[in-house]
Design a protein around this ligand. Sequence first.
Ligand code: GLA
Length: 454
Amino acid sequence: MGPEWTQRLATVYGDEAVEAQQRRYEEAINAFRELYGPGPVAVCRCPGRVNLIGEHTDYNNGFCLPAPLDRDVLLLVRPRSDHQVSLLNIESEQFSPRRFTLSEEIPSGPPGDWGNYARGAGQKLWQVFGPLRGFDGLVVSRPPYGVPRGAGVSSSTALTVVTAIALAHINSLNVPTEQLAQICSEAEWYVGTRGGILDQFATMLGRQGHALFLDCQPQINEDGTRHYPTELVPLLEDYTLVLVDSKVRHSHTTGGYNVRVTECRLGTACLAAHYPEVHTLRDVQSLPWEELSPLLPEEATLDDLEAMGIDVAAWLGDLRIAPDIRLKLRARSRHVYTENQRVLDSVTALRRGDASAMGRLINKAHESLRDDYEVSCPEIETLRDIIMDVEGVLGARMVGGGWGGCVVSLVEAGHEEAFSEQVAPAYEQATGHTPDVFVCRTSEGAGVAIETEC
Ligand code: GLA
């Protein structure tokens, strides 16, 4: 492994991580060679992400503040001359091989199938760019360097994005990163979740040592394409973000997430009945909440909304939810409205280096997710209560879509070890789940890390 590798890995992960990553990359490349034989190989990567604040705002065209983690999915690839994609996983016992043919419409595997994320990327890129060559690939994302799965740090996005990066590379597509990030966010709809752009932008446009202030309200370019403003904001020095994985797993594809998306769209519909220029919850951000609140029913079914004269079908598009669900439009909209403001305040706090203010905002965000958005769960609450009692913790909140996954905490540097010693056993005793505690370091956004012969 030459000095250019060392240099490259230092740029991606930081100097202190180079040695361990070199070993990891060598092992991965050797495994690829054993499976596919000697020849060229490109190592593509996509990190997981932590969102400091700005949860469930992205699909409402709001603000978020994520950062790319040093935990990443590697996809080692070699081009094929046909349209086939062969996917092996180094964790072969849990993830058996997948093979599919790229096309405009790739048949899906069963819900939850790990190959679906790659299929979604392949189908979307084909639709946008036309016929593509496939690849022989090996996915490497095992602990301790891989992206924890189902933990709210975007493991599924990482798989979608890394496939898109590989296909773009192999087919010399030369797509600007922002455009590819937009394409990847729509690629993920393939699995049935109507996510926003947070994860794809965080993992592709994020940078080491920074949070990415992302405005999900697109500006429309002259040629009709969209541009999402972003800005890199340095993370606080002397403070660490610590993630604790509750080991409670969500499944977005089973519907709770899409119900929240529905509630936001229909909340917007109620507001649009009074303010015709409103198309998303972001469009009411400049109005006082007291004016908006009475326009939003506390609870309503789809039938109630129809009776109010709202064209439910038009607002929902292809979203489908059970018709008898009581939708809490006021509380959900209030979360989005207050969360957007918290993101703006957080950017100010980071710029000023005001860690206490950042901690308070993180705590408020959690309360809002728990009470107004109702996406927490008992284990996450237990975990957070334990964390809030630890010395040096300024704030803690659930991250990601919800119903399990991780809690992120803002911790004064030097307290990380005591944090881990205190939180892990207390949580295990309370819930029976053995948590994973990891100190967040950041890395560069997704890309082709290394090209070599093996
Ligand atoms: C999931 C989605 C994101 C975002 C978050 C909640 O991670 O994939 O687009 O909506 O939930 O903030």
